[in-house]
Design a protein around this ligand. Structure first.
Ligand code: ADP
Ligand code: MG
Length: 292
């Protein structure tokens, strides 16, 4: 591509709210075979709401919500906000937390009111030796409803099965359709559980799902999708997504995301609207065609 055609292409992209941080990306994008997207905050709004709090025998709702919300008040995960606002809405105040610890991809723990509290994914509870066998059917049902199940333990005992639901952005279905119309495969990479991820993928017509990926596992997920020498464009918004944005053949960051994701990307979508992805790919194809 000539410098002039790239300038014209990147200029046209800027008018569409697509910022090419690297000129080469305008050429490499047209070679993408698979568009892989992070789920939370990329396909979805990234603002989950608490939908279920199923309190186990021996605990009360007020007690459990009070303890877990106190802990979540110290977390920056989107799930934390869902739980903290639910407690606020129910007029439950916050208590002092000590020994707070967050484990990315697992959950959070700490001491609240002399009680040991743990909130997180099934793997976090299992790692702590909490038995989840009695609630696995319930969690499966929640997952099949497209909700993300998580759990709370208090003093080593299962206290609640929790679910949060993060709505899909209104603009996402059209973006997936447009990617398919360009002949691309669409994949989802997420830390969320398999059932939830599969339900959301099915709703959107997404072809491939890599779920239950730990934060440091997104790079491997990109490598796995690359089998058969396929070229991968990865789209993400979070701190966790930064290494995968670098690893992918082209990395696109959602402009509403974290600074580190934006700095790791070749292309930045100025809004959260994923329709910028098929637009950028179409533009890449048109620019290269023009100079041939
Ligand atoms: P994702 O961005 O896909 O949610 P993460 O790696 O951030 O992936 O988190 C994976 C899982 O770990 C979450 O789906 C949740 O079950 C659990 N988790 C992480 N942080 C928290 C938290 N603050 N509160 C409750 N659960 C959490
Ligand atoms: Mg995200």
């Amino acid at each position: 591509a000539t410098p002039t055609s790239i300038m014209v292409g990147t200029g046209r992209a800027a008018e569409l709210g697509i910022l090419f941080r690297k000129g080469e990306a305008l050429q490499s994008l047209r070679e993408a075979d698979v568009v892989a997207l992070d789920k939370t905050g990329t396909l979805t709004k990234g603002r989950p709401e608490l939908t279920d709090l199923i309190v186990q025998d021996g605990f009360t709702r007020q007690e459990v919500l009070g303890l877990i919300a106190s802990l979540e008040a110290l977390s920056e995960h989107p799930i934390a906000e869902a739980i903290v606002s639910a407690a606020k809405e129910e007029g439950i105040g916050s208590q002092t937390v000590s020994a707070f610890q967050a484990t990315p991809g697992f959950g959070i723990e700490g001491t609240v009111n002399d009680r040991k509290v743990l909130v997180g994914a099934d793997r976090a509870l299992r790692k702590a030796g909490v038995d989840l066998s009695g609630v696995s059917d319930k969690a499966a049902t929640l997952g099949d409803e497209g909700k993300s199940p998580l759990y709370a333990a208090i003093d080593g005992k299962l206290a609640a099965v929790i679910a949060v639901s993060d709505p899909i952005k209104d603009t996402t279905p059209a973006a997936i359709k447009a990617l398919h119309a360009l002949g691309l495969q669409v994949a989802m990479i997420t830390g969320d559980n398999k059932r939830t991820a599969n339900v959301i993928a099915r709703q959107l017509g997404i072809d491939e799902v890599v779920a239950e990926v730990l934060p440091e596992g997104k790079v491997d997920a990109v490598k796995r999708l690359r089998t058969g020498n396929r070229k991968i464009a990865f789209i993400g918004d979070g701190i966790n997504d930064a290494p995968a944005l670098t690893e992918a053949d082209v990395g696109l960051a959602v402009g509403t995301g974290t600074d580190i994701a934006i700095e790791s990307a070749d292309v930045v979508l100025m809004s959260g609207d994923l329709n910028g992805v098929p637009k950028a790919i179409a533009l890449s194809k048109a620019t290269i065609r023009n100079i041939k």
